[in-house]
Write a protein that binds this ligand. Structure first.
Ligand code: HEC
Ligand code: HEC
Ligand code: HEC
Ligand code: HEC
Length: 203
């Protein structure tokens, strides 16, 4: 039953994708999920009313099945043989490490970017449609042209920080309080430039 639901959802998504490719995407690609692609109000499969969960994908680092919020993302973004829906699939075994407790020598991850102490998909991406950044990344990379600014969030020793103007700003959709800003936490300020979110001070 659940499987059928997912398959149906995928078919619907695929249909919308076809339409989208004809009309060219005006909005971000998660807009088409219409909230309910990721959140099921009454028949959720995981915490935060998540509608999708990948129960099959294994962590290539050998730590067992993928868990937490990454299991939501991979419910759509993995290949079907690994429990995903094949939508823009990112194969886990060729992906930047994820779903692990960071080794502080390899990455200096701000605590605020960890979920239950782990690096997850949402450490790097805020997937809500309100996120205006390229690829729903937390940091605005100017369409991918300034990727080092994003990597600097966790790998500052590798980046020429003198080339980055001002403190790193990361997007968050996780505080509805108007004008709320977190930080700076470990040098990062969390902001949300969405219209009407800020008080008068913002442009
Ligand atoms: C691509 C998947 C995705 C879509 C689409 C999506 N969400 Fe979410 N939503 C998430 C994730 C992931 C979290 C948890 C984020 C976290 O814990 O950092 C979340 C959390 C939430 C929360 C809980 C916030 C909290 O403080 O616990 C609310 C409310 C929410 N979403 C509303 C919405 C609404 C409204 C829409 C449609 C405009 C929407 N979401 C679309 C993935 C999605
Ligand atoms: C219900 C299915 C679904 C879930 C769950 C989902 N996505 Fe997506 N996502 C999509 C679809 C559909 C697209 C557009 C695919 C395409 O254009 O071919 C997309 C596109 C993307 C893109 C590319 C954005 C762009 O500009 O094209 C990113 C990045 C992304 N998703 C990240 C995530 C992350 C991170 C999560 C988990 C927090 C997540 N998605 C959860 C369906 C999903
Ligand atoms: C370390 C940061 C990081 C983590 C963790 C991460 N991503 Fe990404 N992701 C990126 C970056 C950077 C890009 C854009 C790459 C580019 O366009 O050059 C991206 C792109 C994507 C895309 C678009 C791919 C395409 O072909 O356009 C999807 C979908 C996506 N990520 C999903 C996920 C999912 C699902 C997870 C968790 C399993 C995840 N990401 C974890 C940084 C990350
Ligand atoms: C949100 C934090 C975060 C961001 C942003 C981030 N990384 Fe990482 N990165 C990590 C963590 C955590 C690890 C794994 C540490 C460990 O092995 O415990 C890692 C590992 C790596 C590795 C080693 C991979 C391996 O297989 O051992 C490379 C290479 C890397 N990151 C490159 C990048 C690049 C390039 C960017 C920017 C596009 C980036 N990272 C952005 C947190 C991040």
């Amino acid at each position: 039953m659940r499987r059928e639901g997912l398959v149906l959802g995928v078919l619907v998504c695929a249909g919308i994708l076809l339409l989208a490719s004809v009309g060219a995407l005006a909005a971000g690609s998660h807009d088409m999920l219409n909230c309910s692609g990721c959140h099921s109000i009454h028949y959720a499969k995981a915490y935060k009313a998540f509608a999708v969960v990948n129960e099959k994908a294994q962590n290539p680092r050998g730590a067992g099945a993928i868990d937490g919020v990454s299991a939501l993302c991979l419910g759509c973004h993995e290949n079907p043989e690994n429990g995903g829906a094949g939508l823009k699939p990112i194969a886990l075994h060729t992906t930047h490490p994820v779903n692990l407790t960071p080794n502080g020598k390899i990455a200096k991850v701000p605590a605020s970017a960890l979920m239950n102490g782990k690096l997850q998909c949402t450490s790097c991406h805020d997937p809500h449609p309100s996120n205006p950044s390229y690829q729903y990344l937390r940091v605005d990379t100017k369409g991918g042209g300034e990727m080092a600014t994003f990597c600097a969030m966790c790998h500052p020793a590798k980046v020429d920080l003198s080339a980055i103007k001002g403190p790193i700003q990361a997007f968050t959709s996780m505080d509805e309080t108007k004008g709320a800003m977190f930080g700076p936490v470990d040098g990062i300020t969390y902001t949300n430039p969405t219209k009407d979110y800020y008080g008068k001070a913002a442009k």
